[in-house]
Each structure stands twice: as structure tokens, then as C-alpha cells.
Ligand binder design. Structure first.
Ligand code: UFG
Length: 327
């Protein structure tokens, strides 16, 4: 298939683009490079720089090349930032996605895989299934939920076949690709920046949550496993016109447990300092990904937290400045 990957210069999108190429697909990456890196785009992909809310750029792209499907990753993704600047999130994530979906449907593209999130759910002290209550704790999660709803209307009204994949906490690295957000706000890369001596300590955002050690619990899923689910979902759209699936390991780790695992992996002390809660954080988000396993035959391979952090550490150690060459 010829596939359009928006956000394919980002962390998850670039790993998916790479796996699609390895599976024999043709890939065009469309990315603004506001958050992504040109160097992350796999060499076998065609690269087009542009914004998802630029209808004429999308028209030109879809007129020039016939796409069999779209995998849509391009979005702003920081829950904390979305609580300070909600307008940017609604504009980019919701309005931009609507423009992309409208243009895709107008060009007869009928397969759409959407990067959604666990942040659509309310916090729960047990693994979340897709039937659990939807109640985003932050504006970021709300934007992803709105796009899911838009997709559902296009499925009903225009026959669009879509998969909304609700990621839990993507992390880890593949040999060529790792996590390098700018600015970095994610827990594991921040802890590893302490290991590299680039930060004096890591901050723990809230030690008074209703969890065993008082810190937030998340489900950390390796990016290669996450990426694999996209290829399976794309193929499954032929049988299932509408897929809404959680992607996680089903195991929850607290912020303190992640920092402790990183200490064991790196052999370093990694100082941590307790800080107040970060607005918009749910206490506990852990996946029940049984539906993805059943419907897609998906089986995550790298499920041990130490192994996940070790893969990230390998990438950060060998790319201490991310995709930017050391000066
Ligand atoms: N945290 C800290 N200190 C830090 C950074 C994070 O204590 O310096 C905590 C957060 O408060 C949270 C946990 O570590 O409890 C994980 O935070 P991340 O920022 O790494 O990830 P989030 O859980 O906020 O969000 C991530 C993705 C979202 C996705 C969500 C799904 O960024 O896109 O996982 O669970 F929706």
C-alpha cells in the first residue's frame, strides 16, 4: 500500500514509518518539523514538509499521489502544556485533524489509523477497558476524544474505516530512533538526562496521590510494540470498519518505581526531588489491552520495565543530544 504518515518525523510516527517500509509498503511522511526531526524520517520514505491545517498543501499532496490509507500522528502531545495553552491544542489537534480527514475523504481515502490516547479516560484503580468512562483530565485528552468523535461521524456518513488507538505511555527506543521531544516533558527521557549529567535531578510531580507510594501510576509500552499494533490495525480495517483499542502492557508502575528502575539500569544514583502535582495528571492509567490482543493478534514483546528503560538508555547514551549532532 502507499501510506501517508502525518507526524512521521516524531517519536512514534517515525518508528511506524520504518516498520511500514520494512513490511514492503510505500511511505510518504508529512510533518511540519515543529516538533519532529528530519533525521528521524526513515531514508526509504518520501518526505513532505507541511502543516495538517493547510488544506491546499494536503490537496496538492493527495492529488499528486494516490494513498491507500493515512496514519495520523501529527499532534501536540503534552498534557501539562495543554492546560496552560488549550487554544493551541484545539487548533492544531482538532481543527488540523478535521482538515486532514475532510481532505482524505474528498480524495476517496478510506483507511485511517489515528493516534489516540489513554488520556481520554478518567483515572481508575484497575486496568481500563474501552468500555470504561470517558472523562479526560486535561485539554490534550479532550482534543483526542473530539477527533475520535469526528472520525465516528465520517465513518457513519462517508464510509471512512478507522482505528483509534489509545496509547498508554509510549517509551523505549529502537536502534535508530528514540524519544527526543523539545522541550522534553516525559518522565523516562528526563530521568535519563539526569543519568547523562544534563540535569541535576528529576522532579516527582506529586507525592500525595491515592496510590501505594503516593506518585502517579502509568502503563509503559515499548514504541516498537506500539508501532507493530498500527500495522496490524491497518490490515484489520478490511474486516473491521471501526476499531477503538487500548494499547498498553497492563502493568502499572509509579513514578518512583520508574526512577528506581532507571537507577538499576544505569547504575547511577539519579537524585529525585518531590514537587507539587502537575495540573491535568490522572492518578492511575493502566490498560486492559485484551481487545487489541484478540482482534489484532497483537502481542507486545518488550514488556519488562528494565528492558524498556535499557533500550531507551542505549539510545540516549549514544545520542546524548538527540537528533541534533553534538557540537
Ligand atoms: N512526571 C514526573 N516528573 C517529570 C515528568 C513526569 O513526576 O519530570 C510524572 C507525571 O506527572 C506522570 C508520569 O510521570 O504522572 C508520566 O508523565 P509523562 O509526562 O511521561 O506522560 P503522561 O502520562 O503525562 O502522558 C503520556 C503522553 C500522552 C499520553 C499519556 C497516556 O505524553 O500523550 O501518556 O497515559 F496520552
Amino acid at each position: 500500500m502507499h501510506l501517508l504518515v502525518t507526524g512521521g518525523a516524531g517519536f512514534i510516527g517515525s518508528v511506524v514509518a520504518d516498520q511500514l517500509l520494512q513490511a514492503g509498503h510505500r511511505v510518504t511522511v508529512f510533518d511540519s518539523l515543529i516538533k519532529g526531526y528530519r533525521a528521524a524520517v526513515p531514508s526509504g520514505a518520501t518526505f513532505v514538509r507541511g502543516e495538517i491545517h493547510d488544506r491546499s498543501a494536503l490537496e496538492a499532496l493527495m492529488t499528486a499521489g494516490k494513498f491507500d490509507g493515512i496514519l495520523h500522528f501529527a499532534a501536540f502531545i503534552e498534557a501539562g502544556e495543554s492546560m496552560r495553552e488549550p487554544g493551541r491544542y484545539f487548533q492544531n489537534n482538532v481543527a488540523g485533524s478535521l482538515t486532514l480527514i475532510e481532505t482524505a475523504v474528498a480524495h476517496g481515502i478510506s483507511r485511517f489509523v489515528f493516534s489516540s490516547t489513554a488520556a481520554v479516560y478518567a483515572s481508575k484503580d484497575a486496568p481500563l477497558t474501552e468500555a470504561d468512562p470517558i472523562a479526560p483530565a486535561n485539554a490534550y485528552g479532550a482534543t483526542k476524544l473530539m477527533v475520535e468523535q469526528i472520525l465516528d461521524w465520517y465513518a457513519r456518513l462517508k464510509g471512512l474505516r478507522y482505528a483509534a488507538l489509545r496509547y498508554f505511555n509510549a517509551c523505549g527506543a529502537t536502534p535508530g530512533r528514540g524519544e527526543a521531544h523539545r522541550p522534553e516533558t516525559h518522565l523516562i527521557p528526563l530521568v535519563l538526562q539526569v543519568a547523562l549529567g544534563q540535569r541535576s535531578h528529576v522532579e516527582i510531580f506529586g507525592a500525595d496521590y491515592p496510590t501505594p507510594d503516593g506518585t502517579c501510576i502509568r502503563d509503559y509500552i515499548h514504541v516498537a510494540d506500539l508501532a507493530q499494533a498500527h500495522l496490524l490495525a491497518l490490515a484489520a480495517l478490511d474486516q473491521h470498519p471501526r476499531l477503538i483499542l487500548n494499547l498498553g502492557n497492563g502493568a502499572g508502575y509509579s513514578v518512583r518505581q520508574v526512577i528506581e528502575a532507571a537507577r538499576q539500569v544505569t547504575g547511577l544514583r539519579l537524585p529525585a526531588v518531590e514537587k507539587p502535582r502537575r495540573p491535568g495528571d490522572a492518578a492511575i492509567l493502566v490498560a486492559d489491552a485484551g481487545a487489541a490482543r484478540r482482534l489484532l493478534g497483537w502481542q507486545p514483546r518488550i514488556t519488562d520495565l528494565h528492558e524498556i528503560i535499557a533500550s531507551a538508555w542505549e539510545w540516549h547514551r549514544t545520542h546524548p543530544h538527540g537528533y541534533v549532532a553534538a557540537s
